[in-house]
Design a binder for this molecule. Sequence first.
Ligand code: ADP
Length: 171
Amino acid sequence: ALALPAAVYMLQEQEAHAAEMERTFIAIKPDGVQRGLISEIISRFERKGYKLVAVKIVIPSKDFAQKHYHDLSERPFFNGLCEFLSSGPVLAMVWEGEGVIKYGRKLIGATDPQKSEPGTIRGDLAVVVGRYKHHSTEVMALRQRRMRLNCGSNQRKLVNYTSNAEKWVYG
Ligand code: ADP
C-alpha cells in the first residue's frame, strides 16, 4: 500500500526537522514511466544523498492535472500538457535533503531539454520539451506546490495499466 499522507505534501517547501532540510515534490510523467526510466531517475537523487520520503503511482484525472498546472493555464500548451499528464501513470515522489528544492532542479535540468546541460536528467534522457506536442520526450516535472497528488478516493488501490515495454519484455 502506497498511501501518501496529505501532510507530506503540505510540508513541501517547508523546512523538515533540521535547519537546512527541505522537502520537494518531484514527478516522473507518463513518458518517463513508459520508457522505463523510474529507476534511473530515482537513482540519481538517491546517489546524490537525498532521501525518498513518499512515493505513489497514480493516473491523474484531467481535472487534477488542470489544478496541478494551474499557474500555466494561460499558456498555449496548457491543454496538451494536462492531457499528457493524465494520459498514463505518473510516479509522484517527495524527496528530502539539504537544499533539495534548488539542487533537485539542477539534477533535472532546464525545462527545455535542448538547453539542459549534459549530466542532467533532461540533458541525458530527453530531446524536446512537451512530449505531448512533439515526437520526442520530456522526462520530469518538478512541482513545488502545496498540493496533494490525490487522484482517487482509494489510495490503496493498485493502478492497472499496460506498459509499452511489455511486448518486448514478454514477447
Ligand atoms: P518544469 O517542468 O521544468 O518545472 P514548468 O513548471 O515551467 O517547468 O512547466 C511545466 C511543464 O509545462 C513542463 O514540464 C513542460 O511539459 C510544459 N512546458 C513548459 N514550457 C513549455 C513550452 N514552452 N512548450 C511546451 N511545453 C512547455
